[in-house]
Write a protein that binds this ligand. Structure first.
Ligand code: PGA
Length: 255
């Protein structure tokens, strides 16, 4: 067996929080707080209007800037939408795709997740693809089936070469913003299911290298126990990422 090192990714998803000046003030403080953080990648997903300023503010640091969604077309009459090339030109390197709030509130489906994923890859953006079951699905013992079909749908028509930069985030819907974190064991089990499916579709090399993040009520107090699991390669942090000190504490989970 070949041992692989997956560099942890700690990503903050701000959702619909922070104006442009608030973004700049946060990142000026945050980049100093994390300047000596090594051995991990740091990503901040800011709202669209603040992306270019966010990218300017972190220039020269290791912080990567992500968008929270994108449209799959390159351009056209799609009022209110934003393309992959627009995000790249604003200084984004990463983009979150298929967050459960997009799926639940904005009608996103596995098919549109797949289209967005292909568009992001074509423009050189690194996708962070979110999957996860609802509480009803977990209680009905459907978690495995839901995760497998979300992965199959998101990754349709991908080849192992094109898939290599993708990050997956397992975010059980019942743990998002609820204060109810999945136990490290529950998360580990879901990650194993996801990686197993990625192995079946895209082969062992891709599966061994893809980073699978856990998301759902991650905080400074629980990051260490989550990261102690070999299958957990990082975290996608919502509420606790809104405060630079708390996000920096999550990034420094090893110290
Ligand atoms: P939370 O959100 O950390 O506030 O639970 C996570 C997410 O939605 O990505």
């Amino acid at each position: 067996m070949v041992s692989v090192t997956r560099i942890p990714v700690l990503a903050g998803n701000w959702k619909m929080f922070k104006t442009l000046p608030e973004t700049v003030a946060y990142l000026q403080e945050f980049k100093i707080l994390v300047q000596y953080a090594e051995g991990c990648e740091i990503v901040i997903a800011a709202p669209f209007p603040a992306l270019a300023a966010a990218a300017d503010t972190v220039r020269g640091s290791r912080i990567r800037i992500a968008a929270q969604s994108l449209h799959w077309e390159t351009e056209g009459a799609f009022t209110g939408e934003v393309s992959a090339a627009m995000l790249a030109s604003a200084g984004c390197s990463d983009v979150i795709i298929g967050h459960s709030e997009r799926r639940q509130l904005f009608g996103e489906t596995d098919e549109t997740v797949n289209r967005r994923l292909l568009a992001a890859l074509a423009a050189g953006l690194r996708p962070i693809v979110c999957v996860g079951e609802t509480l009803d699905q977990r209680e009905a013992n459907e978690t495995k089936d839901v995760l497998l079909s979300q992965i199959d749908g998101a990754f349709a028509s991908l080849t192992s070469d094109s898939a290599s930069p993708i990050i997956v985030a397992y975010e059980p819907v019942w743990a998002i913003g609820t204060g109810r974190t999945a136990t490290p064991e529950i998360a580990e089990e879901a990650h194993r299911i996801l990686r197993g499916r990625i192995r079946e579709i895209l082969g062992a090399v891709t599966a061994d290298n893809v980073r699978i993040l856990y998301g759902g009520s991650v905080k400074p107090a629980n990051i260490q126990s989550l990261m102690s699991k070999p299958e957990i390669d990082g975290a996608l942090v919502g509420g606790a990422s809104l405060d630079p000190v708390s996000m920096a504490a999550i990034i420094h989970y090893q110290s």
